[in-house]
Each structure stands twice: as C-alpha cells, then as structure tokens.
Design a protein around this ligand. Structure first.
Ligand code: TXA
Ligand code: MG
Length: 354
C-alpha cells in the first residue's frame, strides 16, 4: 500500500471523510498528537486500526466526537449511541457534564459507562468507553464532514513514540495506511489527559496530560484519585495506558543526572544521545564532555528556558531524533518536579526508560 501525505485542504477533508465512511483508515492531526482514525461503530474498520498499529486488543481506543451543543454533552453522547448516561448517578452526571462543558473541545478524555452499540473491540470488552472532542481545526472539520464518531489511537506502532507531525506518522505507518492528513506540528505534544468517572461520581486520573489534576479538582469540587480505577467491585480496571513501558524508543534509555548515569554506559559505547530538560547548550555539552570524554554526544534540550509548554511540544520529536541518530544509548535528565504539564512530561519519560 502506498501511503500519501495530503495537505489538509477542504477537498482532502471531503475525500478523507468518504474514505472513513467506506471503513478505511486516515491519520489525522490533533492538538495533542496525530491519531489513526476509523469509524468507531464499524467493527471491521476498528479491527484494521489494531492490525496497522500491531496493537494488542486488550488496549482500548478513544472515540473522538464533535458536536455544536455543549449545553448537555452527556445527552448528546447518549444520542450518538456511545455512552449510557443512565448508568451514572445524578451527581456523577452533573459532574461529567460540567467537566465536559469546561474542557471540551480540548485535550481531555473522559471514560464513561459504555452504550451497548459501541463494539467491544473499541473498549477491549470493558464496560466503559473513552470519549474526547479534540480542538484541532482539521480534526474538527473531518469529524463534522464525516458525521462519524472516530476511534483514534495515537498513530504509532504499539509501544513506540507517539507522532507529533505528519512525517513522524509516515515513519511509523508507511505502507500500512493509505492517507495522512498534514496539519503541521502538534500544538501540545503529549497525549490527552484521561479521567475516569465511576457510576458513583468518583474520579480517577488514568493518564496525566495538558488538563491538570488540580484544575479538574477545582471544577469538579471533588478529589481526583491517582492509580487504577475499579470498574466492577473488587476488580481493578485494565488501564493499559498505565503499562510501565508504553512510549519507548527502540534504544535503551536511562533516566537520571549525567554523573550518576556514567556507570550505565558500557566503555565500548561510541555515541551517546542526551536529552536535557533545560539550560544552555554550550554549558551542558561542556559538562557532558567531562563525564564522557571519549564518546560522541548528540544533545537535545526540551526547553532551554525551562518552559513546560515548549518542553512538551519537543518531547516526542526530540526522543525520536535521538532514537534515529547513530547513538547506541540514550540518557535523559529527570524533568523538574513541578505541577502541571511537567507531571505529564515526567510520566512519559518514566515510561520511555529501561
Ligand atoms: O491525545 C490523545 O488522547 C490521542 C489523540 C489521537 O487523541 N490519542 C491517544 O490514544 O493517545 P491512545 O490509544 O494512544 O491512548 C488511549 C488511552 C490508553 O491509555 C487507553 O488504555 C485509555 O486511553 N483508554 C481508552 N479507553 C479506556 C477505557 N474504557 N478505560 C480505561 N482506559 C481507557
Ligand atoms: Mg498511544
């Protein structure tokens, strides 16, 4: 199969919408990372997402939607045949509606009780479904043009680095999908926040992202628990996004300060890839050359000024650059322990390490 990158014009959006209606796959830009989209209620189309990504079927997908009226999002999601709002208590319903009104469209995914119409393949047989309304203009235009709910995991092969540009998608999925819509580099750079709401209204943060725990707690006026949620009394929910290793480069990556990492580098190593959190390039190189005097060093800095937004935007593309270089081993500083996006960056780095 020949994979083509299309500039996101009105014509290509129309053609992509038709392809999706026929059950084909289209890679699309979103504000977080690129997604691999399929008609969410078409089981065959969804099956081809899993095979293109080599994704195990125990890892459920996020269903993307777009609709005008955000007055009553739960009612709209039920009407679309995605969610069963009657499974939620009145308080849970009120909280869910308010969070969706507050954070949609945007990098916020809510896990809600599932409508039986959603194929089990989408949700890996879980009684819940993850939904998100992205705020990227091209994703929105395609959702509206197609009129379909779109199941879209990140457009990388399973376990690899999420793509943040059309070129990155091509590197991951060339020959496996027909089309990639090019929307330029992603604005946020890390995947959406995933929050689960249980029937009684309890909130669990399944994946940190650009909507922060403290913001959610503020608007929900309720605590947000970290760690696995419980879907049936006594059973921890499968939440594969929390797999220990999930965003790994293909080379070994170690996390820590360079002095303490020196011991991890075999003396035969010729080339080291180093990911710094912040700081001045010349100073960092000077410090590294003292620790690794005989090795070539390729350095990438997440944000020289220490800006978390910039660091998140650069995270996956820098990791990918280092992974593609001839470095045999990757070292990364720990990202500063700050509230907000720093939390998501630390989370992704922890998963990328060996
Ligand atoms: O920003 C994003 O969310 C991107 C863009 C394309 O929208 N998508 C994305 O999809 O990151 P993916 O498949 O790479 O990650 C989806 C996450 C996984 O960690 C999955 O386990 C979790 O959402 N998830 C999906 N459905 C779930 C469910 N019913 N219960 C618990 N976790 C669920
Ligand atoms: Mg992913």
């Amino acid at each position: 199969m020949n994979t083509k990158i299309l500039p996101a014009s009105p014509e290509s959006i129309r053609a992509a919408a038709e392809a999706l209606r026929r059950g084909e796959l289209v890679a699309i830009p979103t504000e977080t990372v690129y997604g691999l989209a399929a008609h969410a209620l078409d089981e065959k189309a969804v099956a081809s997402v899993f095979s293109a990504k080599e994704r195990p079927t125990f890892d459920p997908l996020i269903v993307h939607v777009a609709f005008e009226n955000l007055q009553a999002p739960l009612r709209e999601l039920s009407r679309l045949g995605l969610v069963d709002e009657t499974a939620l208590s009145p308080t849970a319903r009120e909280t869910a509606d308010f969070l969706l009104q507050t954070f949609w469209p945007g990098p916020f995914t809510l896990v809600l009780p599932k409508n039986p119409r959603v194929p089990d393949l989408v949700t890996s047989g879980l009684p819940s479904v993850a939904v998100r309304m992205p705020r990227h203009p091209i994703a929105e235009a395609l959702l509206r043009e197609s009129g379909l709910p779109l199941a879209a995991p990140s457009a990388n092969r399973f376990g690899r680095i999420s793509p943040t540009s059309a070129q990155d998608v091509l590197k991951e999925l060339r020959g496996r999908i027909p089309w990639i819509l090019d929307g330029g580099p992603c604005e946020i750079g890390v995947e959406s926040t995933v929050l689960q709401i249980l029937p009684d209204g309890t909130l669990h943060l399944l994946r940190p992202g650009a909507i922060f725990k403290a913001e959610i707690e503020h608007y929900a006026e309720a605590p947000v628990h970290s760690g696995p949620a419980v879907t049936q009394p006594g059973t921890p929910a499968a939440s594969p996004g929390t797999l220990a290793s999930h965003y790994a480069p293909s080379k070994p990556l170690f996390l820590g300060d360079p002095e303490s990492l020196a011991g991890k580098v075999p003396s035969s190593t010729r080339h080291i890839g180093f990911l710094a959190a912040q700081g001045d390039e010349a100073e960092i190189l000077h410090r590294l050359e003292k620790i690794f005097p005989t090795q070539k060093i390729t350095l990438r800095i997440l944000s020289p000024e220490g800006d978390d937004d910039e660091a998140a935007r650069n995270l996956f593309s820098h990791l990918r650059t280092l992974d593609e270089s001839s470095a045999e081993i990757l070292l990364s500083e720990k990202y500063p322990d700050r509230e907000g996006l720093a939390h998501a960056i630390r989370d992704r780095l922890k998963r990328a390490k060996r």
